[in-house]
Design a protein around this ligand. Structure first.
Ligand code: UT7
Length: 349
């Protein structure tokens, strides 16, 4: 039986550290509020012009490729997950192909926000299991700092997010009980608008219950992007935080248990749970609900904030670098976010 395994893992975070205290220069917030509600102490922000979502992804990819003991020329396929792409189109995958001077391989972009990396991993896993590819590069990367409202108006969203990237190289293995055992992907679009960035977009206000004023007199171009949207901060992400929180604490345990049940395991069998780093309170709730010890759950949101598609590979990479994930260990990756989408992957390292 062919399964895929993580043959190499890498990460990249920008140099610039932004503390909670730093954010108080721009908005009415406090270190105390942010730490108490989210667990975040600091995050990294990319260099404004020298770094992009793609360049950070490329740095993480270089590390993953080197650790897999191959070269960029050996990669057969790229899957890139992000919600903050360099361009509206084309996607970041082709920019990685160009930056790493790869062969003319396929490059796929995945748009599943916080669940993006696990969705991307699942896609890559199918290509390996099916025998089509031998080396698939999976990247999750975000440059959130370019698209947030840093005034008090946007504080419920902007204090949470940070920049960074993670990447893995997947390869086939026939070693018994090793590799990705299963992946589980879900969505429920009923609440798509409660965590979303509406503009620019082609929605023409079709889905929004309360029409945005910016569209009233607009011509088509104006409906895509207008001065009024910018003036009214409608070009920034919107989030109903408490509503997302309530759903997350239900779906996280559900999708983790799904992965364990399908493979005949119990929470106590887990060496490490790597939850998407959305909010330390969510991770703690999930830990308690599943009866996991502190040693069984990895959190690094304190240092990086919520890095969306990058958060799972960033946490997995650090856990591995610290020796907390070793060969033979049962590891569960799990995520929940905008869409809503949620997902898990169970693997034997
Ligand atoms: O990764 C993608 C998925 N996203 C998530 O999973 C996020 C899930 N949600 C959350 O993590 C939490 O809902 C937040 C951290 C976003 C917010 O925490 P909360 O405990 O749900 O706070 P809240 O939104 O209910 O706001 C409580 C109060 C409000 O003031 P009033 O109305 O009680 O006077 C907010 O205006 O806190 C205020 N507030 C802030 N105060 C200081 C909101 N943001 C801030 C801030 N600093 N940054």
């Amino acid at each position: 039986m062919i399964r895929s395994r993580i043959a190499g893992i890498g990460m990249y975070v920008p140099e610039q550290v932004v503390t909670n205290q730093d954010l108080t220069q721009y908005m009415d917030t406090s270190d105390e509020w942010i730490q108490e509600r989210t667990g975040i102490k600091e995050r990294r922000f990319a260099h404004r012009t020298q770094e992009t979502t793609t360049t950070m992804g490329v740095e993480a990819a270089k590390m993953a490729i080197a650790r897999a003991g191959i070269t960029a020329q050996d990669i057969d396929f790229i899957v890139f997950a992000t919600l903050s792409p360099d361009y509206y189109f084309p996607g970041c995958g082709v920019l990685v192909q160009r930056s790493l001077r790869m062969k003319e391989i396929g490059a796929l972009d995945v748009r599943n926000q916080c669940s993006g990396f696990i969705y991307a991993l699942s896609v890559a896993d199918q290509f390996i299991r099916g025998g089509m590819y031998k080396n698939v590069l999976v990247i999750g990367s975000e440059k959130h700092s370019f698209g947030l409202d840093f005034s008090t108006r946007g504080r419920n969203v902007s204090v949470i997010f940070g920049d960074g990237a993670g990447a893995v190289v997947l390869q086939p293995t026939q070693e018994a009980g090793v590799g990705i055992l299963s992946t589980h992907l879900h969505s429920d679009g009923e609440s798509a608008e409660i965590l979303a960035m509406y503009n620019p977009g082609t929605h023409a206000n079709h889905w929004l219950e309360q029409p945005l004023a910016a569209f009233d007199t607009a011509e088509v171009g104006e409906m895509f992007m207008s001065h009024a949207m910018i003036d009214n901060a409608q070009n920034f992400p919107f989030m109903d935080g408490p509503a997302v929180f309530k759903k997350a604490v239900v779906k996280f345990p559900e999708v983790i248990m799904e992965a364990l049940d399908v493979n005949g395991y119990k929470p106590s069998d887990l060496k490490m749970l790597i939850p998407h780093q959305a909010n330390l309170r969510i991770a703690q709730f999930v830990q308690q609900k599943l009866g996991l010890s502190d040693d069984q759950v990895y959190n690094n949101i304190q240092k990086y904030g919520n890095t969306t598609a990058a958060s799972v590979p960033l946490a997995l990479c650090e856990a591995w670098q610290e020796g907390r994930v070793k060969p033979g260990d049962l590891v569960c990756l799990a995520a929940f976010g905008s869409g809503f989408t949620w997902a898990s992957a169970l693997l034997k390292w």
